[in-house]
Design a protein around this ligand. Structure first.
Ligand code: URA
Length: 310
């Protein structure tokens, strides 16, 4: 918890240093921070009050991995002005064979890609998707973050914990779906020698274009019935910048990527930063549409979950 508050403090210092003078903080976030501070000092708000601020409680009875308290997520920072120029995107040709054989070949291609290798810091990992290669649904995020580049797996940090809850709320499990990212590496922000990168930045258009063939190959192997694009970068990468409008404008409506229906919705990190009832409800509505498309059973409790709350 101390680390959480320190990370938040560092982010505020960073924002201030970059000229930001005011930060909008919702009442809900203030309550969460108060609860965190109370838990830390051993006085005031009990643990429950911090935990109750966690977003998207799953209506299902399935066990889910939970975070003890919500971790405030640093806001993404703008891409550095001078990114190294990348070569043309790779041409990926999958070998014929079973899904698993194709997958193994693809993983090797990505792991051996000199640009991917050069784009991760020495002790960190390139990240490819994970899950059921025969899944009907492919959740696509933006890029690995701090935890993902250590584990070498998508969505294993705070955003992943929330994604797990979202998935569990639909009655699916992390193992039964496929989770990938637009990017195979964490977009780097230069740090002083030997220091860890604290925040994340969105990938540049060039970085996204470079990794897109690898995402397309993952989709070609899994052949999902539905893609869920999490956040603006995933949506832009899949739909193209010209088809992408504001996320609020295209979410909740079916789009298409190479013949596969795409539902664009908010990224779990956005929900971690904006724990408003409205954004949580919007995500849930989008997931209900995905469930309908997949012909998954939807209980009254699931359908009315956010309707019953003010
Ligand atoms: N955010 C993403 O978009 N992908 C991850 O894997 C983790 C966080």
């Amino acid at each position: 918890m101390r680390a959480t508050l320190l990370a938040l403090n560092e982010e505020l210092i960073r924002l201030k240093a970059s000229g930001v003078e005011n930060v909008n903080v919702s009442d809900e976030s203030i309550r969460t921070l108060r609860a965190l501070a109370g838990v830390m000092s051993g006085s005031g708000a009990p643990m429950e009050s911090a935990a109750s601020a966690l977003p998207v409680s799953p209506p299902s009875d399935r066990p889910v991995r939970t975070a003890a308290v919500p971790r405030p997520q640093p806001a993404p920072v703008a891409p550095a002005k001078t990114q190294p120029k990348l070569p043309a995107p790779p041409e990926v040709k999958l070998p014929s064979g079973s899904k698993q054989e194709q997958w193994d070949a693809l993983v090797k291609l990505v792991q051996d890609d000199p640009v991917c290798k050069k784009s991760v810091r020495p002790t960190k990992q390139i990240v490819v998707g994970v899950g059921d290669l025969a899944s009907d649904v492919f959740f696509c995020g933006e890029a690995p973050g701090a935890e993902e580049e250590v584990e070498g797996e998508p969505f294993v940090g705070p955003a992943g914990l929330l994604l797990d809850k979202m998935i569990a709320a639909t009655g699916l499990t992390r193992e039964s779906i496929f989770i990938g990212n637009l990017m195979n590496w964490r977009p780097q922000i230069p740090t002083p020698d030997g220091q860890e990168q604290l925040g994340n930045r969105p990938p540049t258009a060039e970085e996204m274009a470079y990794c897109l063939p690898y995402l397309k190959a993952q989709l070609e192997i899994v052949k999902p019935k539905v893609i869920v694009a999490l956040g603006a970068s995933a949506a832009k990468g899949l739909l193209g910048a010209d088809r992408f409008k504001a996320l609020g404008e295209i979410r909740g409506q079916w789009q298409e990527f190479s013949g596969t229906p795409v539902m664009v919705t908010y990224h779990p990190s956005y929900i971690l930063r904006n724990q408003s009832h409205r954004s949580k409800r919007a995500i849930w509505e989008d997931l209900l549409l995905v469930m309908e498309k997949l012909e998954l059973p939807i209980s009254d409790k699931q359908r009315g979950y956010f309707l019953s709350r003010a």
